[in-house]
Unconditional design. Structure first.
Length: 93
């Protein structure tokens, strides 16, 4: 199933408290239960003014539906075609 990176512009995201992040996570999980089991939240990284989320879903439309139900921005949704890391340099060609 495809993997997606979602960029969410959220001014002040880096200053959110633990309780606020918990509330956001709970809202996301609630929206996921409404979208269906095909959409899976993998992880999110919080920066100063954005949150970058990784999701697994059948298509971009389901990602956008989750964002709509949760009240989250989805400023950019990009499909991931490959993942590399330092071990990729060691793999035989």
């Amino acid at each position: 199933m495809p993997k997606y990176i979602i960029e969410r512009e959220m001014p002040g995201a880096g200053k959110l408290t633990s309780n606020q992040l918990k509330d956001i996570a709970q809202t996301s999980m609630g929206a996921l239960s409404n979208v269906g089991a095909q959409v899976q939240w993998v992880t999110s990284q919080v920066t100063d003014n954005k949150i970058y989320c990784t999701y697994i879903a059948p298509n971009e439309q389901m990602i956008r539906e989750h964002a709509k139900l949760g009240g989250f921005p989805a400023n950019s949704v990009s499909q991931v075609f490959a993942t590399i890391d330092p071990t990729t340099a060691e793999e035989p060609i």
